[in-house]
Design a protein around this ligand. Structure first.
Ligand code: MG
Ligand code: MG
Length: 272
């Protein structure tokens, strides 16, 4: 059952989402060759607690960490470890925070140093597909309209859309109804309703769509060993239209990137 949120609840959810956004912005300045994902995890945990929130993943389904860090061919759910990040890697960082009983859940794939042009393109197209999907999240549309848009946009580049993992409703639980697959047929699935909040999160592989899980019981990797990208925003339906609760503005500020990609999904400019 989809649980719509009141305006007050959505404002609380914005607070949770922005704590995650700020955490990712802090990490953007730290992700360099030589640092380990375990070091990033400790930085993130301290940052979240310093902002009056609790790490959203830690302990959830037995998750041992604050972040899920997925490097190169790792798709999602990589566990932070002691391997130093290397020049040319890509690192998908997925982070959750719980505050005022509501979750934020938000992810970005970072480039480390000089990344191969074809990998840069994978990241760019995957992030663009996130917004292509968000555009379809409006009252009157259905769940698979979002997935269909993401699938079309990314398959046009020859990429593989992961089937086993999906986006989701978000609220007092990390995973609420509905499931939000990144593939599908137009006009199918549950109807979107005013006040609902979802995590839209394309997971896109450069090669095959097929994935497998490592023996650690967590890490999902591509079957062909080619890279994979993951971008995730939290979005509320307000006045029938999608509005972003999360933002990449803190990341872009840290990295010196100019972007207006979020403007169409915001009622008022964000002060960062
Ligand atoms: Mg996530
Ligand atoms: Mg999620």
């Amino acid at each position: 059952m989809i649980i719509p949120k009141t305006r007050e609840e959505i404002e609380l959810m914005r607070e949770s989402a922005l704590i995650v956004s700020k955490t990712l912005g802090m990490l953007a300045g730290e992700i360099k060759p030589g640092i380990t994902t375990l070091q990033l995890d400790k930085l993130a945990e301290t940052f979240i607690r310093d902002h009056g929130a609790v790490p959203g993943f830690l302990g959830l389904y037995g998750c041992p960490s604050t972040l899920l860090t997925s490097v190169n061919e790792q798709v999602v759910h990589g566990l932070p470890n002691n391997r130093p990040i290397e020049d040319g890697d890509i690192v998908s960082v997925d982070c959750g925070a719980l505050k005022n009983e509501f979750y934020g859940d938000h992810a970005y794939t970072f480039e480390v140093g000089e990344v191969a042009p074809e990998t840069k393109k994978l990241l760019q197209v995957t992030k663009e597909s996130l917004y292509v999907g968000i555009r379809e999240f409006r009252v009157g549309n259905r769940v698979e309209d979002v997935g269909n848009a993401i699938q079309k946009y990314t398959e046009a580049e020859g990429y593989g859309v992961v089937r086993e993992l999906v986006g989701h409703g978000l609220g007092r639980k990390m995973h609420e109804d509905p499931e939000m697959p990144n593939y599908g047929k137009r006009g199918r699935g549950k109807l979107f309703i005013e006040g609902m909040v979802v995590a839209i999160e394309p997971m896109i592989n450069m090669g095959t769509k097929n994935v497998r899980q490592l023996k650690d019981g967590w890490t999902i990797v591509t079957r062909d060993g080619k890279p994979s990208a993951h971008f995730e925003h939290n979005v509320a339906l307000i006045n029938g239209r999608p509005e972003l609760l999360s933002t990449y503005a803190y990341i872009y500020k840290a990295l010196g990137i100019e972007s207006d990609e979020e403007n169409e999904f915001r009622r008022e400019p964000l002060a960062v």
